[in-house]
Design a protein around this ligand. Structure first.
Ligand SMILES: Cc1cc2nc3c(=O)[nH]c(=O)nc-3n(C[C@H](O)[C@H](O)[C@H](O)COP(=O)(O)O)c2cc1C
Length: 322
């Protein structure tokens, strides 16, 4: 006798994309969906708001803001590389006072979930910026971009050393009225140790990875392709480094929320970073080629999940099978 399926003709219930729960939590923060913009690749969203409603993203991480306005580095500031790009922009931004006066009101008027990236030359500058942001309306979190040279320590990037990571992050967490994320550089031997240090200094999570330091030379002119000689490498070429770094930190510190970024372009890239351990995924370089890529990813994610009967994006978090 052969076994009979009791419901042979019952159609399999398929999840619809609108039934997928896209919300993600990062410690005390909840985002409506995990797709956010990577600092420096979206400005404050003003230009791109012409193409779609930027408030539909999980959050906008704004271009890093400094104490004083900065004009940035001399041109050329960008160069294409195989599957990526080098940039040496030099944190061009209007400075905290102008940003608070003009950009923050614009972001709030449009209901955009805001994560403010700050960058300093000294630990005291990080503190000053966090103080200026204290109790300002509409700010979900601060992302302290500590992938910057520390002028008080031979210009060594803050996030390359545990001590200066602790100094900068604790200055911010001491005064901030919102959760703080530490943005880490992959240019270190042990990124887990830096993430642990940032968490011990009060960061609720980490953002990773910033660009990798690179260099490219024009062989005809024999000159570096960016005027600053070296620049930050981003784009698809760095994605495996991002996946590895996120995986390492998530395995060591599973409770530490991670905003992951590095080379994300497609929905598969988004899912790959979440499987490695990122709760939210930021998109940077891909926006230059396709200004609406973040919006497309917000639409694609529930479809991707529904096709696989995954009812909540949170189910994918750190779910790599080892
Ligand atoms: C042109 C450009 C400017 C950037 N500016 C900043 C910045 O101001 N602050 C920051 O934390 N990261 C900055 N980044 C790094 C990105 O936020 C991101 O960490 C990195 O590019 C990796 O992501 P991607 O490959 O998707 O671009 C910048 C990257 C690029 C390409």
């Amino acid at each position: 006798m052969t076994a009979v399926d009791p419901t042979p003709s019952a159609p399999r219930k398929r999840l619809r994309p609108d039934q997928v729960d896209l919300s993600v939590s990062l410690g005390p923060l909840t985002l409506a969906n995990p797709i956010v913009t990577a600092s420096g690749c979206f400005g404050n969203g003003r230009e791109i708001h012409r193409f779609f409603d930027v408030a539909t993203l999980g959050a906008v991480v704004v271009k890093s803001i400094t104490v004083e306005p900065r004009e940035g580095l001399p041109a050329p500031r960008m160069a294409e590389t195989a599957n990526g790009m080098l940039n040496a922009i030099g944190l061009q931004n209007p400075g905290i006072d102008a940003w608070l006066a003009t950009e923050l009101p614009w972001l709030n008027r449009h209901g955009i979930p805001i994560i403010v990236s700050i960058a300093g030359k000294t630990a005291a500058e990080y503190r000053f910026l966090a103080e200026r942001l204290r109790d300002q309306p509409g700010i979900l979190a601060i992302e302290a971009n500590i992938s910057c040279p520390n002028v008080e320590d031979r210009d060594i990037v803050f996030a390359c050393r545990e001590e200066s990571t602790r100094d900068a992050i604790s200055q911010v967490t001491r005064v901030s009225s919102v959760p703080v994320f530490a943005k880490l550089t992959p240019d270190v031997t042990d990124i887990v140790a830096i993430a642990e240090t940032a968490a011990a200094a009060g960061a609720v999570g980490v953002s990773m990875i910033n660009t990798l330091l690179g260099m490219a030379i024009d062989v005809e002119t024999r000159r570096p392709k960016v005027a600053a000689v070296t620049g930050g490498l981003s784009g698809p070429a760095i994605k495996p480094v991002a996946v590895r770094a996120i995986h390492q930190v998530h395995q060591a510190l599973p409770e530490l929320p991670i905003i992951g970024m590095g080379g994300v372009r497609t929905i598969e890239d988004v899912v790959e970073l979440i499987l490695a351990g990122a709760s939210a995924v930021a998109v940077g370089t891909a926006t230059f080629g396709n200004p609406v890529v973040t919006r497309e990813l917000v639409d694609a994610l529930p479809r991707w999940c529904a096709e696989r009967d995954i009812s909540s994006v949170a189910e994918l978090l750190g779910a790599v099978q080892l």
